[in-house]
Design a protein around this ligand. Structure first.
Ligand SMILES: N[C@@H](CCC(=O)N[C@@H](CS)C(=O)NCC(=O)O)C(=O)O
Length: 220
């Protein structure tokens, strides 16, 4: 039997596989790594992923990193859940991957810049400027998604799939940090639909329960 585990930090981009595993109704072990407490730098986690990042999917004791790779594997493993279009529909599949990769390679680094400007610039003023420019760039980038979502509920198919979940995560982080959804009406509607989705709610409840069950973090 295949054993799966997901390393996830509450609120981080590992929410994407967290939600997709819920959509697939997969049986897996949720392992919380609290980035704000520095747990991703602890030797125990570095042994799981030397990159020191989440998500990590562990299958039968072997780790897989990078959201796009994890999502591709999950989509193949849980085909009935339609996490990505059928690969036999080569064009539809590639289009969905294109939206997903855009989220993971263009939008996610912007979120990182906004949330951790101290990694890029020294001094309060410089960091505030990095953050403000990141928010402006994210706001601009999201216009692409807004145009795509004009007249269609989801990015890639007739139901929500992995790229929609990625966008949902980016918008969650973006709105926490100053992105204005009033200027992105189609993205706002997409976000609201997923916020109310029973699967998404179930995944976020599992995240909250798992985090609440942990002891206070040790200092690293
Ligand atoms: N390229 C990786 C990026 C993963 C990533 O940066 N994850 C963040 C959370 S959203 C993280 O673990 N950050 C910890 C750190 O960089 O110190 C992917 O797409 O999976």
């Amino acid at each position: 039997m295949t054993e799966l585990a997901l390393y996830h930090s509450p609120g981080a981009c590992s929410r994407v596989p967290l939600i997709l595993l819920a959509k697939a109704q997969a049986d897996y072990d949720l392992r919380i790594v609290r980035i704000p407490a520095g747990e991703h730098r602890a030797p125990a986690f570095q042994q799981v992923n030397a990159k020191g990042k989440v998500p990590v999917l562990v299958r039968n004791g072997e780790a897989l990193t990078e959201n796009v790779a994890i999502v591709s594997f999950l989509a193949q493993q849980f085909q009935q859940a339609r996490l990505l279009p059928n690969p036999l529909d080569g064009w539809g599949y590639a289009q969905a991957l294109s939206w997903l990769a855009w989220g993971a390679t263009t939008l996610q680094p912007l979120v990182g810049r906004i949330r951790s400007p101290q990694r890029i610039a020294e001094g309060e003023q410089a960091q505030a400027s990095v953050k403000a420019m990141g928010v402006a760039e994210l706001q601009r980038s999201l216009q692409l998604a807004d145009q795509r979502l004009a007249g269609r509920p989801w990015l890639a198919a007739d139901d929500w799939m992995a790229p929609d979940v990625y966008l949902f995560w980016v918008v969650t982080r973006g709105t926490e940090n100053g992105v204005d959804l009033a200027k992105l009406p189609n993205v706002a509607a997409h976000f609201a639909r997923l916020q109310q989705d029973a699967v998404v709610l179930r995944a976020l409840e599992r995240e909250a329960a798992a985090a609440a069950a942990l002891p206070p973090p040790a200092s690293h």
